[in-house]
Design a protein. Structure first.
Length: 216
């Protein structure tokens, strides 16, 4: 393991999937006579845990039964559409840049492990990461505990890590383990929300890699 390590987020960071996320949300909330929403609406309401996102979107508390139905429908639609989704611009170049600089890299996602393994292989990145880590259980929680376990597997401390993601949840997870964070402004969240997190903001993935390398 290199002395310094980058943990990449997947959805909305390396994977350019915002359009199908919004489509999957629309198909889910249509079950309850709601929608459709736009990408702007998504940015206005998105939060974690994801159940709270639906509470905000529907303007009421979603029952546990409704949440299970929403979550199941979302994933059925999302995974069906994801076969046509590609990497965000500059993703491979950013990974190359860090690799050449001697940084080790891993992938941490809140997506189910079997699907994550499949799409990472399809997009040719499986061999680029020390670990490709998704969820083996339920979805929709917070990332902090998941990142803690991820670093335990890697046997690396948070002080040696930079998390690159696109949400405040990525920042919270990084702070939970004592890591640095860099946020990619890829379009899934409003810029002012990202700026309020008090961490560097990257307009491109290559810029994110450059920011990683600028402060070892």
């Amino acid at each position: 393991m290199a002395r310094f390590h980058v943990v990449w987020d997947w959805n909305g960071t390396l994977l350019d999937d915002l359009s199908i996320v919004v489509e999957a949300v629309n198909r889910s909330i249509s079950l309850f006579g709601e929608g459709p929403i736009t990408e702007e609406d998504y940015r206005d309401h998105y939060t974690r845990p994801v159940k709270h996102f639906y509470d905000s979107l529907l303007g009421r508390t979603v029952t546990n039964e409704e949440w299970l139905r929403l979550n199941s429908t979302f994933h059925d639609v999302y995974f069906g559409l994801a076969t046509g989704v590609g990497l965000a611009p500059g993703a491979v170049r950013a990974i190359d840049l860090l690799e050449r600089a001697g940084w080790s890299q891993s992938l941490l996602s809140m997506s189910p492990q079997p699907w994550l393994d499949q799409i990472v292989r399809r997009l040719g990145l499986a061999e680029r990461f020390a670990v490709v880590d998704g969820l083996s259980g339920s979805t929709g929680g917070r990332k902090a505990e998941h990142l803690e376990g991820h670093l335990e597997v890697l046997a690396i401390s948070g002080s040696e890590v930079v998390v690159v993601g696109d949400t405040p949840d990525d920042v919270a997870a990084a702070r939970h383990v004592g890591a640095r964070a860099i946020l990619f402004h890829g379009g899934s969240h409003h810029l002012d929300l990202l700026e309020s997190q008090g961490v560097p903001i990257a307009e491109t993935l290559v810029h994110a890699a450059e920011l990683v390398l600028s402060r070892p």
